[in-house]
Design a protein around this ligand. Structure first.
Ligand SMILES: *Cc1c(COP(=O)(O)O)cnc(C)c1O
Length: 407
């Protein structure tokens, strides 16, 4: 048993592993069964019915789309890290968001969402695919956007990709009782616990920090038993449960989550300070920098500024050259891995977002998003610095050519 009131570091190591001793094993077992023996037809049928309605039946899983013990242990661990009654894991972050929207839609047809959101989340909402009407609001305009049929308020903090922080307690107050979904992917349970601030559901693209090693696609929601029941019901109906191998990798990585998040955060502080001082960089968005956290949410809502940042190089060409010239870090979408990743939101992750919304959110042509890994901060900066130098030379050469051909 884990002592109650254990610190996050202790929970990260032990949560979800409570039954291993009784099972006589030390490492997490992976159960790959797609189906399970029916011991008794009457009991089996009743178990299936319970799970089809969103209940759990660990002793009678019936079929792996309904329940899987390897997934169940990871869900229990995540719930404990978020201080939630329950966790529900999905095949991807987008599958998790889809389930949250479908669960909420049972109470109304309207959603209020605060931009910027992850490009895929923006796309899902803007597509109208789920039959929900969406009002895009500023974080301080949520109350005015509410309707009698509003079923959910959606915010992301820190927001992808501009690192804007949203005051979650203020959002919950403005939502006037409408459930608030917080995408806390950038923060992880190490830096922020939105349920404690009144959110109804916390969503993680577990593909990112929770996985942490760039080898899993997964999503997870931490929430109340009541919401979890609805989410599991939708997961059974739509078939979006997480694969047990992915659940194993996620759970295996949890013990080092606090270490990884803090190490990457130290690296990010170092890199952000140097970016600010670099002549080619027009602006740096990192919640740990002076002026980037006007509401003072670091130290209250969030335990630290995290390891993501965005910086503006003024032009698409400069951003393109930097991405093309990094050697240590990988030019790639995704984030929260042990290795540093750099990408261009306007061309990639947020490509499908409405053009005017992109401009309004500051997703400009010269903006790069950097996810700092746990490499030595000096090495990350050396790589970025040499790429910035090459990009600056290329820009000067181009300007010189333009000058010679000018009439
Ligand atoms: C990546 C991401 C998602 C989507 O998650 P997938 O696992 O890629 O489906 C949702 N929200 C945020 C903030 C993300 O970064």
């Amino acid at each position: 048993m884990i002592p109650t009131q254990s610190a996050l570091e202790t929970l990260a190591v032990h949560a979800g592993r409570e039954e291993l001793m009784a099972l006589g094993v030390h490492a997490l077992p992976i159960d790959l069964s797609s189906t399970y023996p029916i011991r008794d037809l009457q009991e089996g049928g009743e178990a299936l019915e319970r799970m089809a309605l969103g209940g759990e039946d660990k002793s009678n899983p019936i079929y792996a789309r309904l329940y899987n013990p390897t997934v169940g242990r990871f869900e229990e661990a995540l719930a404990q890290l978020e201080g939630a009654e329950a966790g529900v894991a999905f095949a991807s972050g987008m599958a998790a968001l889809t389930a949250c929207l479908l669960a909420a839609k049972q109470k109304g047809n309207h959603v209020v969402a605060v931009r910027p959101l992850y490009g895929g989340s923006d796309h899902l909402l803007a597509s109208g695919l789920l039959g929900l009407e969406v009002t895009w609001a500023e974080a301080d305009g949520i109350r005015e956007a509410l309707r009698s049929d509003t079923c959910l308020v959606i915010v992301e903090s820190p927001a992808n990709p501009t690192l804007q922080l949203v005051d979650l307690e203020a959002v919950v107050i403005q939502a006037c009782g409408v459930p608030v979904l917080v995408d806390s992917t950038f923060a992880t349970p190490v830096l922020q616990n939105p349920l404690k601030l009144g959110a109804a559901m916390v969503l993680h693209s577990a593909t990112k920090f929770l996985g942490g090693h760039g080898d899993v696609i997964a999503g997870a929601v931490a929430t109340s038993q009541a919401w979890a029941t609805e989410l599991r019901k939708i997961r059974v109906i739509t078939g979006s449960i997480l694969h047990p191998l992915a659940a194993y990798l996620l759970h295996r990585g949890l013990p080092t989550l606090p270490l990884r998040v803090r190490a990457a955060q130290e690296g990010a502080k170092f890199v952000a300070a140097r970016l600010v001082a670099h002549p080619a960089v027009k602006a740096v968005h990192y919640p740990g920098l002076p002026g980037e956290d006007p509401a003072g949410l670091i130290g209250t809502q969030m335990k630290g500024p995290g390891s993501l940042m965005a910086f503006d190089l003024g032009t698409f060409e400069m951003a393109q050259e930097v991405m093309a010239n990094v050697k240590l870090m990988t030019p790639a979408v995704s984030l929260g891995s042990v290795d540093s990743l750099i990408q261009h939101p306007a061309a990639l992750t947020h490509r499908v977002v409405d053009a005017a919304a992109k401009t309004k959110s500051g997703i400009s042509a010269g903006l790069l998003r950097l996810s700092v890994g746990i490499e030595a901060p000096e090495d990350i900066w050396a790589d970025l610095e040499q790429a910035l130098a090459k990009a600056s030379v290329a820009a000067m050469q181009k300007a010189a050519v333009l000058e010679t051909v000018a009439p």
